[in-house]
Write a protein that binds this ligand. Structure first.
Ligand SMILES: [Zn+2]
Length: 212
């Protein structure tokens, strides 16, 4: 079983997830730590729990999901993965941050690409990658069939959906992504969203006003 822990970071209240295997290896999803106190909170957690960071996965490259990427990689040498279609978002993130008046530096280390045709081998499982564009052009989800959860990024929230007014966003595309890639999962699948509380596929199919 993979344990899922979350930490909330930055003024954007972004959920960073830690996927922790039974042997204490950890994948960090969307490291959103803003500034050194938040980075230290993450590093302290890793050390205190004797976790061994293996890789970083990005659901997408909006700045609030990558604030802590550089700092994390300066402390742990590990690969980080992004979908090719989100590279335009990644590569413009520093400029976008400057426009918002927030600080962001991308890491010196180069990304690795990951696609929906691959799986992530971790904790004795094969995590599925689902391509869910619409909030950003290269958004992806990470699905654990064995443990019944999906790390959804900013695609689907409790009673809401991700915004689609940023570059590369599109509402119809987002709605289709949720319907074909998330609502097709079992109803009891927990959805860990990029912001706000977790929910389930069944609850969102029943209650989410964007799918009425
Ligand atoms: Zn986003």
């Amino acid at each position: 079983m993979i344990r899922v822990e979350s930490m909330v970071f930055s003024p954007f209240q972004e959920n960073t997830y830690l996927l922790i295997s039974e042997s204490n290896e950890v994948i960090i999803v969307d490291p959103g730590m803003y500034g050194s106190p938040e980075l230290n909170r993450m590093l302290d957690y890793i050390r205190a729990n004797e976790l061994e960071p293996k890789q970083v996965l990005l659901t997408h490259a909006h700045l609030d999901h990558i604030f802590g990427l550089k700092g994390l990689l300066e402390n742990y040498d590990m690969p980080f993965f992004i979908h090719e279609k989100d590279l335009p978002v990644y590569e413009t993130a520093e400029a976008v941050a400057a426009n918002y008046g927030v600080e962001l530096s991308l890491p010196d280390k180069k990304y690795d690409l990951i696609s929906e045709n691959e799986k992530v081998a971790f904790g004795g499982q094969q995590l599925e990658i689902r391509f869910v564009p619409g909030h950003s052009p290269g958004s992806i989800c990470f699905y654990s069939k064995d443990d019944h959860w999906v790390i959804g990024g900013d695609v689907l929230f409790q009673n809401s959906i991700g915004r689609t007014d940023l570059p590369g966003g599109d509402t119809d595309t987002l709605l289709r992504s949720v319907q074909t890639q998330i609502f097709t999962l079992p109803d009891n699948t927990i959805v860990y969203s990029g912001h706000g509380p977790s929910t389930t596929v069944g609850l969102e199919k029943m209650n989410n006003p964007f799918f009425k």
